[in-house]
Design a protein around this ligand. Structure first.
Ligand code: CMX
Ligand code: CO
Length: 140
């Protein structure tokens, strides 16, 4: 079952400048920064709140580190802005993805990949989700 909004992914040109914007404007101080080579991004997770299932909700700021990454391709068309939404699941991301695939939604990876902070992730094709790139997250 999907139990929370794990994060909202926001593409940005300059990660450090954008983190500073969120800190100065909204006071989000709890920031985890990492590079995900596979996804082609440098990212910052800004913790917003804890949730009922013991996990948390975040903003995920993402800056592409390669021109051929999915985020760079998306930004070439759209500039900065909301890139995807991610739901947290209370079961394995593989089980969740299999369940959703049975509804006729394309799951992008055959097996889950590494996400932020040791999580496992997969994605649903935006064209099968009314225009929203949707990520599934199993907390690390
Ligand atoms: N939101 C909504 N629609 C999107 C989209 C997005 N983020 N990305 C692409 N699309 C749409 C495009 O607008 C395009 O629509 P049209 O055909 O109507 O123009 C269509 O999907 C195909 O897009 P494309 O530009 O040709 O791009 P690709 O098909 O090569 O790739 C996708 C699209 C979703 C398969 C690719 O972006 C992907 O694999 N995404 C998953 C990985 C990812 O995004 N990683 C970064 C985040 C990492 C993290 O969260 O940790
Ligand atoms: Co994400």
């Amino acid at each position: 079952m999907l139990t929370r909004i794990d994060h909202i992914g926001i593409a940005c040109y300059d990660l450090d400048v954008t983190v500073e914007f969120y800190r100065r404007t909204y006071g989000f101080e709890d920031v985890h920064v990492e590079v995900n080579e596979e996804q082609g991004v440098r990212e910052a997770m800004l913790k917003i709140n804890d949730t009922g299932d013991g996990a948390a909700s975040y903003l995920q700021l993402i800056q592409p580190i390669r021109d051929d990454s999915p985020v760079a391709k998306w930004m070439a068309k759209n500039g900065e802005g909301v890139h995807h939404i991610a739901f947290g699941t209370d079961r394995s991301v593989q089980k969740e993805a299999d369940y959703i695939a049975d509804e006729g939604v394309r799951v992008l990876y055959d097996t889950p990949r590494k996400g932020s902070m040791g999580s496992l992730i997969n994605f649903l094709h935006p064209k099968d989700c009314h225009g929203v790139l949707t990520e599934l997250v199993q907390k690390g």
